[in-house]
Every structure is written in structure tokens, then in C-alpha cells.
Design a protein around this ligand. Structure first.
Ligand code: GTP
Ligand code: MG
Length: 433
């Protein structure tokens, strides 16, 4: 009985808030989004006790919701039932500050919640730095809001008043830390690039997909002894794990498990996880793992595709793997799915269904003479870009911020040499920078 009570007390009670806006964002879609937000809240350790969905065409610049709704919620919160309010959409710094003041409790938006989950789940030094960077960049424009809390607590003790000067100092410190982390992460990425290049000719395959699709389970099945962490939670995996996968005698690939994607994955987070996701860019091809038992799987496919585009990966070298077929009850739906995606594979990682077929498909892919690769580099890295144009067949080019992403084709026999040259040029240019 006692333990029961303790648990009740320690879990924060959360109220979830979403908006529906016709015609596209129907109430049932908004409900589905809140289901996912509830999973996120649960992963973060909160207990969802209530939900609010308001129909609204426009977001109020000061309150996000309508003033009447805010007052209604205020009563609910002040009734003592709610410790934290979580919005499915991003709040502006002003909206968050206003709502916190009225509600008198913590107010988070989806981005903050995801950042918090990442922060508690990060294991490696690299993942920790990546999350901290994303958090600080999120925090920077919101420092005033944080400061309101601090000044209340401190009650004006000390010589420096809680005015603009203190905020300026904080901003400077945060900026300094941001550039420190960026530099550190660049160093790690470089080291990592050199290491992966040394793996030479072995083809690389990366598992990508929506969070909870079953990537780690598949990895564990294909490469026993991996010990990849699989769980019915969102973002179980944050660090890339790479293992050798023996297909047949003389046929080996390196298989990597990666962080899952989600709807509205904060852009900053994608950016700062770039070095982890490098594994995805470096891969010869990708296995896109899809949870075919999830009702929103089509949207999940779209979101993964968009996120991949954001980090610079194109479609052509992707094999769709529909997982969890054991959990699909509607066999007719499964049949039409096979028709719609004739190239895709249908497996169950958990029950070990069709994994032989999957391995054969990987084998077929790597037997092709040419490999598709992607490389991301700074636009000023002329030497590297020129090298790729001279020695490989560049078939795609895209600009993202100050980087260029080149997609190229090369004979597999030349890959070792190309990789070594890329590593050497990258090393040279980083010394200059
Ligand atoms: N029924 C069924 N469940 C599966 C299958 N594959 C994985 N699962 C379950 O789905 C849940 C998520 O699996 P994970 O392997 O952690 O998923 P993930 O894609 O690595 O998730 P993240 O690391 O969070 O991105 C776990 O509870 C698995 O047991 C499958 O083929 N069938
Ligand atoms: Mg995982």
C-alpha cells in the first residue's frame, strides 16, 4: 500500500493541450497527435490526467488559445489536480511566459518535452553534448522567462539587480557554451569520420525509421549479442550502434542502429544529432523500418522521408521493411500494402518472420557493382568537392545551410581509395579552419 502511495505522489500529473483546425486537422487527427504526446509524457515520467482540444483557426499571439479556454484551464489547474501543462504545438517565448504566470505551474511544449527525454536518455558523451547544444539553443531566446523565476527566488539579494545586465551576462555565457560544444562536436565528428573510413570496403547498412518501429529489435535478431536496447517506449535508442552482419560465407555488412524520428522532431535536435546521423549519410543503403501495425504508419513513412531529406539523404537507396506483420490483424490490409509497395519486405523482428528474405535482399543489393554514397561537407571545401567530381559520378547536389550534400556513384572496387582520399582531404581542411 505504501509503495502505491509513493508512486502516486512522485509522478507529475499532466494536462495535455492540442488544437484542431478544420479542414485538415480534424478532431480525430488531433486526438491521435495527443496519443503520441501522451506516450512522450509517459516516457518523460509524467502521468496524463486530462486532455484539452480546442478548435481554432488562428493561434492567439499572447495566449496560444482563446482567453476563455485559458481561464477554464486555470480553474482546473488551481483546483490542485495538475502539476504540469504540455502543449502539442510549439509555444513562443511570450506565450509560454504568459501561460506560466496565469497557471502558476510548469508549462512545456512538445519541443521541450522531446529535449528533456533526450537529455535523460543520452548515454554517450557525444549524445549528451548534442542534447545540451539543442537545449541551449532553445533556451537562448527564452532566457527572460527563466529569469523571472530566478528573480522571484532570489528576492533581490546581491549587488546586481535582476535587470537587463544580468540577462545579458547569462546570454553571453550561454553563447560561449554553445560555441564550445559546437567545436567539441566537430572534433568528435572528425575523429569518427576517420574511424569509419578505416573500415574500408565492407558495405554499410543503416536502420532508420519512426521511433518504436522495431529497429533495435531487428538489429538484435539479425546480429545476436548486440545487446541493443529495445523497449516499448519512444526514443529507446539515442546512440548509433554498429555490428557486423554475416550474410553468407564471404559476405559481410556493417549494420547500424540509429535514433528514431518523430513528428515535429525539433529542427535543432536534428542538426545537433548530425554527427550521430552521419552513419546514415555514410551508409551504402538504408533499411527503413516501418511499424505496419500502427494506424498512422503512412504518416510516419512521410515524416521519416522528410527528416531524411532534411539531413540530406535521397530516396533511391532505401529498402522499405514493413515490420510487426504479426500484429496486423487485418490481413486484407496487409495484402493491399504488398500491392502498393511491391519492392518492400514484410517481416516480424519479434517473431523472426521473413528475416532470411531480408538478408537475401541485403545480399543482392551489395552484389551490385556500383554503390551510392552521400557526403556532406562545407561549401568552401572545394578540394573535396572537386575530388568527388573528378573521381566519382556525382548524381545529386543539395545545399543545406552552409553545407553541400553530394550524392555520388562509384564502383565498389574504387571505394577504399575514394574513402581514404576523402578522409585525408577532410583532415587537411579541418587544420586550416
Ligand atoms: N508485435 C511486434 N512487436 C515488435 C516487433 N518488433 C519490435 N516490436 C516491439 O516494438 C517495441 C519497440 O521496439 P524497439 O526495437 O525498441 O523500437 P526502435 O525502433 O528501436 O525504437 P527507438 O529506439 O525508440 O527509436 C518493443 O516493445 C518491441 O518488442 C514485431 O515484429 N512485432
Ligand atoms: Mg531503438
Amino acid at each position: 500500500m505504501d509503495t502505491y502511495i509513493t508512486q502516486e505522489v512522485t509522478k507529475e500529473r499532466a494536462l495535455l493541450v492540442g488544437i484542431s483546425s478544420l479542414p485538415q486537422l480534424t478532431r480525430s487527427v488531433a486526438e491521435e497527435y495527443l496519443n503520441e504526446l501522451e506516450l512522450l509524457a509517459d516516457t518523460a515520467g509524467a502521468e496524463v490526467v486530462s486532455r484539452v482540444i480546442q478548435e481554432r483557426k488562428q493561434k492567439d499571439p499572447a495566449w496560444f488559445l482563446g482567453r476563455g479556454k485559458v481561464e477554464e484551464m486555470e480553474h482546473l489547474i488551481k483546483g490542485g489536480l495538475i502539476d504540469i501543462v504540455i502543449f502539442d504545438d510549439d509555444l513562443s517565448p511570450v506565450q509560454a511566459r504568459n501561460l506560466e504566470r496565469v497557471f502558476g505551474c510548469k508549462v512545456l511544449d512538445r519541443t521541450e518535452l522531446i529535449l528533456q527525454i533526450f537529455a535523460t536518455r543520452a548515454q554517450s558523451a557525444q549524445a549528451k553534448m548534442q542534447v545540451e547544444l539543442a537545449q541551449l539553443e532553445y533556451l537562448l531566446p527564452r532566457l527572460t522567462r527563466l529569469w523571472t523565476h530566478l528573480s522571484k527566488q532570489k528576492g533581490g539579494i546581491g549587488t546586481k539587480g535582476p535587470g537587463e545586465t544580468q540577462i545579458e551576462t547569462d546570454r553571453r555565457l550561454v553563447r560561449k557554451r554553445i560555441s564550445f560544444l559546437k567545436k567539441k562536436l566537430r572534433d568528435v565528428a572528425l575523429q569518427h569520420a576517420t574511424q569509419t573510413k578505416e573500415r574500408g570496403e565492407i558495405p554499410r547498412v543503416a536502420l532508420v525509421g519512426y521511433t518504436n518501429a522495431g529497429k533495435s529489435t531487428l538489429m538484435n535478431r539479425l546480429c545476436p549479442n548486440t545487446g541493443a536496447y529495445a523497449e516499448d517506449r519512444l526514443f529507446a535508442t539515442l546512440d548509433t550502434k554498429t555490428r557486423r552482419l554475416q550474410l553468407k560465407i564471404n559476405k559481410v555488412v556493417l549494420l547500424s542502429d540509429t535514433v528514431g524520428f518523430i513528428r515535429k522532431l525539433p529542427h535543432r535536435l536534428v542538426e545537433s544529432f548530425r554527427s550521430t546521423l552521419d552513419e546514415v549519410l555514410q551508409a551504402d543503403f538504408l533499411l527503413h523500418v516501418i511499424d505496419s501495425s500502427h494506424e498512422g504508419f503512412e504518416e510516419q513513412i512521410r515524416i521519416v522521408t522528410e527528416t531524411l531529406q532534411e539531413i540530406g539523404v535521397e530516396h533511391t537507396n532505401i529498402i522499405n521493411v514493413f515490420n510487426k506483420v504479426d500484429a496486423v490483424e487485418d490481413k486484407e490490409a496487409l495484402r493491399s500494402l504488398r500491392q502498393k509497395y511491391p519492392e518492400a519486405l514484410f517481416v516480424s523482428a519479434k517473431r523472426g518472420i521473413n528475416l532470411g528474405v531480408l538478408k537475401d535482399a541485403i545480399g543482392d543489393y551489395i552484389s551490385r557493382d556500383y554503390r551510392l554514397r552521400t557526403l556532406r561537407t562545407h561549401i568552401s571545401n572545394y578540394k573535396l568537392i572537386g575530388y568527388l567530381y573528378d573521381h566519382t559520378e556525382v548524381i545529386g547536389k543539395k545545399y543545406v545551410d552552409e553545407d553541400v550534400i553530394l550524392k555520388y556513384r562509384a564502383h565498389y572496387r574504387n571505394l577504399k581509395q575514394i574513402d581514404a582520399r576523402i578522409a585525408a582531404v577532410e583532415k587537411e581542411s579541418s587544420h586550416v579552419a
